[in-house]
Design a protein around this ligand. Structure first.
Ligand code: HEC
Length: 108
């Protein structure tokens, strides 16, 4: 989380959060294979753009970077349609500007 969004995000207010324009969140991930081996997963990114960027995603720009560095897609750019599933799931956080927040046990 960059400095712009940190204050709003870490309130974990699940009723009335508004993330400021310029908020950028990066979420790394890993996958555990059936053999137990752990491998690098995609990097998930969300950036709050200015009004008018994309009403369908409440002006969030989603991006996914594959392990190895290849861009899988980005809202309003490469493979935009392929990233529709991001917002489709993040609508669960509609009341908090589509943030789904860290699990409670790891919040500070
Ligand atoms: C099946 C549901 C689902 C889909 C699809 C999904 N996410 Fe999320 N996302 C979550 C949940 C749940 C969290 C909060 C818990 C966590 O961080 O793991 C989250 C958290 C995030 C965060 C951290 C900010 C926050 O909301 O707390 C980012 C950034 C993010 N997702 C980006 C993406 C991107 C980019 C895509 C598409 C490539 C995507 N997500 C697709 C469920 C989803």
């Amino acid at each position: 989380m960059n400095k712009i969004g940190r204050g709003a995000y870490t309130k974990y207010d699940d009723k009335d959060s508004k993330m400021p324009i310029g908020t950028t969140v990066a979420k790394p991930s890993f996958v555990v294979q059936p053999t137990g081996k752990v491998a690098l997963g995609p990097l998930f990114l969300m950036e709050k753009m200015t009004r008018g960027f994309n009403a369908a995603t409440a002006n969030w720009r989603y991006a996914m970077v594959m392990p190895g560095g290849k861009l899988f897609g980005m809202t309003g750019s490469k493979n935009s349609a392929g990233l529709k599933f991001c917002h489709d799931c993040h609508v669960g956080g509609e009341d908090n500007d589509y943030m789904l927040f860290l699990p409670e046990e790891v919040r500070k």
